[in-house]
Design a protein around this ligand. Sequence first.
Ligand SMILES: [Zn+2]
Ligand SMILES: [Zn+2]
Length: 412
Amino acid sequence: MFIYTKIGYVALGGMLCAGVHGRKEAMAEQKRDYYEVLGVDKNADDAAIKKAYRALAKKYHPDMNPGDVEAEKKFKEASEAYAILSDPEKKRQYDQFGHAAFEGGAGGFGGFDFNSADFSDIFGDIFGDLFGGGRKGRGSNGPMKGANIRTSVRITFEEAVFGTDKEIELTLKDECKSCHGSGAKPGTSPETCQKCGGKGQVFTQQSFFGTVRNVQTCPECNGTGKVIKEKCSDCHGSGYIANRRKIQVSIPAGIDNGQSVRIRDKGEPGTNGGPRGDLLVEVIVGRHPIFQRQDYHIYSAVPISYAIAALGGDVVVDTVDGKVIYEVKPGTQTDTKVRLKGKGVPTLRNKEVRGDHYVTLVVQTPEKLSHEAKELLRQFDAATGDSLNAAKNVQGEKSEPKKGKGKGIFRK
Ligand SMILES: [Zn+2]
Ligand SMILES: [Zn+2]
């Protein structure tokens, strides 16, 4: 994970967000008030500031919004605001001097140092679960966890409900056996980078109103602190070999479309002895011809005859557990919703706990009736309110003197 500073990114963990580029003139841009950025009151306490940042970071994190420049900007802005407001000393300076405190102006102490901000804690909270706990690296040439890899797998509606095992195939990078991951020709070893002295970062001093100290990933060694003179011929200096691998994915019962299964240590290899990243398998659930799903509930519609709606009776209802008999009450109106308790989707936490299945009973109007059935229906109608002749009766009344109602409604 890389967090934006005024000039580039500082490594916080194993995830790479974007390229590194200098932006020395950023300080001259119109900057929003840090409290405004986080949407908190000036008197907000630590907990409120942290909470506000957590929400913003989660929403705008580049990994959640790939390619979204606006979200990335918001993420950086919020991260910067949090870096300042979460540090009591910097907060005090900001409260006193505003942005000038960090621009080498009055009371300025130079560019803020994200490394000292308490990100490990909050990122552990926010991204620990989401991204496999990419923890703050000790400088960019310390051990870092490898990046997570994302892939997807398609499953059926029923597989999502009851869980399934799938095999996926993908290309994984493994450490090159010839050079043991160093990337240097066997017999040689990488040399310490001259430009950064092996630190992986370069510091640029800049004179503006004062001295600004900017941290940038070393362009010579890309932050590794080492330079390879003679490359390993097997891996061409990368230190890795790509291998096609089959991986078993156990998909839990209750998973929903768009959710991901994490497989630990099947991501990109770590650097400098760090652990591998994780593999995140997004589950894409196919549509079902009958069932719809909302959270842990299942919805479907079942046609019932007019006779069953009127007299009551048993109907067969399809559920994910198979066919069940449901007893329709006499006098059921169309679009009546009934609940089949516990026939929904198992919850991810406990598959014994299930949602419900809601069935909409739709009364079917017969379209093709035999002569005999029609005759019986007329007799039935005559016995139950004579609806077939109700309109005629109104037309008959129309010619009579009105009592101030129904005028014009039934014209023609
Ligand atoms: Zn190699
Ligand atoms: Zn270097």
